[in-house]
Ligand binder design. Structure first.
Ligand SMILES: Cc1cc2nc3c(=O)[nH]c(=O)nc-3n(C[C@H](O)[C@H](O)[C@H](O)COP(=O)(O)OP(=O)(O)OC[C@H]3O[C@@H](n4cnc5c(N)ncnc54)[C@H](O)[C@@H]3O)c2cc1C
Ligand SMILES: Cc1cc2nc3c(=O)[nH]c(=O)nc-3n(C[C@H](O)[C@H](O)[C@H](O)COP(=O)(O)O)c2cc1C
Length: 783
């Protein structure tokens, strides 16, 4: 077997080592354009988990690498003159130059040929190779050469960064958030060997411009950074090594394999430095490739297995890196935060670290986070305990004169079980049991303002006296038997109306018994959906009146709050999105125009809804589609509604057009709530794949939302909140007297369950290398 490897970085060298170990007879050559010790950069960082992998696949290089490593356990966050340290993180740093020298040495020992100062321009010279590994880094020439085949996507991010170094010793992975006269600068710094640390400086393009960095050379830039971070550097210099300012390219490729050529490392996929995973990804690619070669009968089969087996893992890491880099790009959103809350946001930004998880490893820090949260609640007028605070989920919240006992919300969920718009006994039991389950606020499903406003024949309505009486019965039950408040969500289906019940084909048109549809523009949802009629002014007036009449009925029912549904492609949403609104009158074109009718409806409702009761609006903060609404538009939409008197923005996403491409994942819509809340400065509720109380607390404590709604989790577990209250020991949560014995039992058991769980978690967690090193350094106890 003959293997040609283009690029002598971590991906190229490590794949050479692992392939040679498996196939000692193979002729493997690495071609590197630079000299053997001619490498850019300072240090690289690996997590303990990555090192475990290295140990398994090549213990020899692992041992040499770890002999050279600097270990640390803590992350330190410096912000506005404060520092917070969080332990239990388990990271190691190493010089990139040493790492490459170790890998080169190991490759040579195994019989790999290393050709330095050999730039490869054309793969034709490897016509006799069985396998060509393209590991030529982030600016890969070969990826670009075969661009039509690999179909790379290069997303050049907005922040500008430079990779520098220092002699300043550091005992923690250190983030410094520094205010300057030009704007915020961030340093990501860690020590990788005695007397040497990596310093990556990052800022937004406007601050970069204002600081005049574009006009400075490498040395002058370093001096400027030394000036900004001088207070921390304690006289240590900032070092450079080809430390140019640049924008980070997020790279993805549609295909990783072409004939016998395969992309590895940064050439294939990059991951932002803020999660320190570039070298890890490169070396784990090498592991995956060697594994696939070992298990497959032919090179072609191996390359297919490599791509199939590895893609998901790489995309997961890239997704985490994306979320993390976006946090750093928008750090100004959090600049006014309390420093403890800010530090919690830094720690939890990429979703892997959560409230519970930090409670285990840094209980004092989480205690501080809880206290800071409780202080904010106290400042908003609640007499809550700040010294022994409840977890954020169980802190009260107020909108106008409506007080919520806690911040868990039952999301609006259509039950498709009404008859001619009439809520049934099912609805009474459904809403009633969720109210008894402890959530602070219950939303109704989308309640339609007229017969033709319905999505399906099973949708509930509020346009006649019988329906009003049925809703009144539900509201009265909730008020009489629970501490929950209940919000009426009003909506009109628009072009998504006259469709089948969810279980008969979501959004699919009714085969018979349909009704006329209206929308902002005459565009059907599916090509075979009924064509909606473009609303004229008279229809707009009529529909607005239907909304107003339904709101008045809602007030007569005794609802505590009113939500206007402007999301998910329904009638009012169809005005907001440019994908569904192609009007040329005053209601189409600019966002201001597209918002005109939804705002008109909102204002009409605000006019009749009692001023002491709050109102919210549900929006789709992105259409997940080219040319549609984006997060920035959502901020503008939220501001416009806030000016019109909205108290809370309920931030959902999508469902506007059929061909959207949502990026699902845990808490996947939370970044939009974060953006709306912290840019438009309006209270938000987030929702979407939030399944645990741990996630609820993480979101609230980090200031990404004020309320958290759960839809599907509440369908199968009405008692979600009461169970969470037992877990966190939140004694005060309302429980119906009839259920008190059950409540007492679960509270009692939870104390023990939680202790057992934490002990198990602590036992299961392997010691970090920093802990092991500290233990080894301890003198033996005297007998
Ligand atoms: C600012 C910054 C900070 C980072 N911090 C970290 C960190 O803390 N931890 C971490 O793990 N990663 C970090 N990374 C990422 C890390 O450096 C890369 O992800 C990693 O080096 C990728 O390995 P690779 O082998 O794919 O590519 P590279 O290391 O870039 O290697 C590619 C090699 O191919 C050679 N080459 C290119 N073209 C040719 C050609 N035509 N012929 C011959 N040779 C060629 C190049 O000279 C180079 O040596 C950081 C990156 C940046 C930019
Ligand atoms: C069956 C079903 C019905 C829904 N009905 C509504 C609705 O009537 N109004 C609304 O705004 N959202 C509705 N949604 C969206 C949910 O409120 C929620 O935003 C979504 O399910 C994501 O949250 P989850 O991951 O917690 O379920 C519905 C979702 C589902 C699955």
């Amino acid at each position: 077997m003959k293997v040609a490897i283009i690029g002598g970085g971590p991906a190229g060298l490590y794949s050479a080592i692992l392939l040679k170990k498996q196939r000692p007879e193979a002729e493997i050559t690495v071609y590197e354009r630079n000299r053997d010790d001619d490498t850019f950069g300072f240090g690289v960082v690996f997590s303990d988990a990555t090192l475990d992998n290295f140990e398994k696949y090549d213990p020899q290089s692992y041992r040499r690498i770890t002999e050279e490593f600097a270990y640390w356990d803590d992350i330190a966050v410096h912000f506005r003159g404060t520092v917070r340290r969080v332990g239990g993180n388990g990271f190691c740093g190493c010089s990139r130059r040493k790492l490459l020298l170790i890998l080169q040495e190991r490759a040579r020992e195994l019989g790999v040929t290393l050709m330095f100062e050999t730039e490869i321009a054309d793969e034709a010279r490897f016509a006799d190779a069985d396998l060509i590994v393209i590991a030529d880094g982030i600016n890969s020439r070969f990826r670009e050469k075969h661009i039509a085949h690999f179909q790379p996507e290069v997303d050049l991010r907005s922040n500008i960064f430079a990779w520098m170094g220092s002699t300043r010793p550091l005992d923690a992975f250190t983030f410094i958030f520094q205010e300057t006269e030009w704007g915020p600068f961030i340093a990501h710094a860690y020590q990788y060997e005695a007397g040497r640390s990596t310093w990556i400086f990052e800022t937004d393009p406007e601050t970069f411009e204002r600081a005049g960095l574009a006009g400075l050379d490498e040395r002058q830039s370093a001096d400027r950074m030394a000036g900004i971070f001088g207070w921390f550097l304690q006289g240590h210099p900032i070092l450079t090594n080809r430390s140019m300012w640049r924008n980070f390219p997020m790279i993805r490729n549609q295909r990783w394999v072409k004939d016998n050529m395969v992309l590895l490392g940064d050439a294939k996929a990059s991951a932002h430095f803020s999660i320190g995973s570039g070298t890890k990804l490169a070396m784990e690619d090498a592991i995956a490739l060697a594994d696939a070669v070992y298990r497959s009968p032919t090179v072609a089969a191996a390359l297919q297995a490599y791509e199939q087996g590895r893609r998901e893992e790489v995309e997961k890491t890239q997704h985490a890196a994306d979320v993390s880099l976006v946090w750093f790009e928008h750090v100004d959103r959090f600049w006014e935060f309390d420093p403890v809350q800010f530090a919690f946001g830094v720690m939890t930004r990429a979703k892997a670290i959560t409230y519970d998880n930090l409670t285990l490893r840094a209980p004092d820090f989480v205690c501080e986070v809880d206290k800071a949260f409780a202080k904010q609640v106290r400042a908003s007028g609640f007499d809550v305990d700040v010294e022994k605070p409840l977890a954020p989920m169980f802190q009260p919240f107020r909108l106008r004169e409506m007080t919520l006992e806690n911040r868990a919300v039952v999301s609006p969920m259509c039950m498709y079980s009404a008859k001619d718009g009439m809520p049934q006994d099912f609805h009474l039991v459904h809403y009633g049991s969720r109210a008894l389950g402890g959530a602070g606020l219950i939303f109704t499903e989308m309640v339609c303002v007229g017969h033709d406003a319905r999505i399906t024949p099973g949708c509930a309505g509020l346009w006649n006296d019988e329906q009003q009486a049925a809703w009144r019965r539900i509201v009265d039950f909730v008020h009489a038997n629970s501490a929950a408040k209940i919000c009426l969500q009003l909506g009109h289906a628009g072009r998504k109306g006259a469709t089948r019940l969810m279980w008969d084909g979501m959004d699919r048109p009714l085969e018979e018994g349909g009704w006329d549809l209206i929308s902002a523009s005459p565009i059907p949802y599916f090509p075979d959906s009924r064509m909606p009629r473009e609303m004229d002014r008279a229809t707009m007036d009529a529909v607005r009146s239907e909304f107003v009449a339904a709101a008045e009925r809602g007030q007569a029912c005794g609802f505590d709050m009113l939500e206007l549904h402007c999301a998910h492609g329904y009638l009012l949403a169809s005005f907001i999105s440019p994908l569904t609104n192609t009007r040329t009158d005053a209601y189409g074109g600019s966002l201001e125009n597209r918002l005109r009718y939804p705002l008109e409806v909102f204002e009409a409702l605000r006019g009749v809804w009692p001023s002491h009761k709050p109102m919210s609006v549900r929006i789709s903060a992105t259409d997940w589609a080219e040319g549609g609404i984006t997060g920035d538009d959502a901020v503008a939409v939220a501001r416009a509604f806030a000016e019109a008197g909205v108290d809370l923005v309920d931030v959902s996403t999508g469902q506007t057009v059929r061909d959207s491409r949502p990026v699902y994942g845990r808490m996947f819509q939370t970044p939009f709530s974060d953006q709306v809340r912290n840019e438009a400065r309006v209270a938000t509720m987030c929702v979407g794949n939030i399944t645990t109380a741990d996630q609820v607390n993480t979101i609230l404590a980090a200031g990404r939302a004020d309320l958290v709604a759960l839809g599907r989790p509440h369908l199968i577990d009405p008692g979600f909140t009461l169970k969470a209250a037992a877990w966190y020991g939140a004694e005060g949560v309302f429980c119906p007297v009839q259920y008190l014995p059950g409540r007492d039992q679960i509270f009692r058991n939870s104390v023990r369950d939680r202790q057992d769980f934490e002990e198990l978690k602590i036992k299961a967690k392997p010691k970090t290398r920093a802990e092991l090193k500290a233990e080894a350094a301890k003198p033996l106890a005297a007998e």
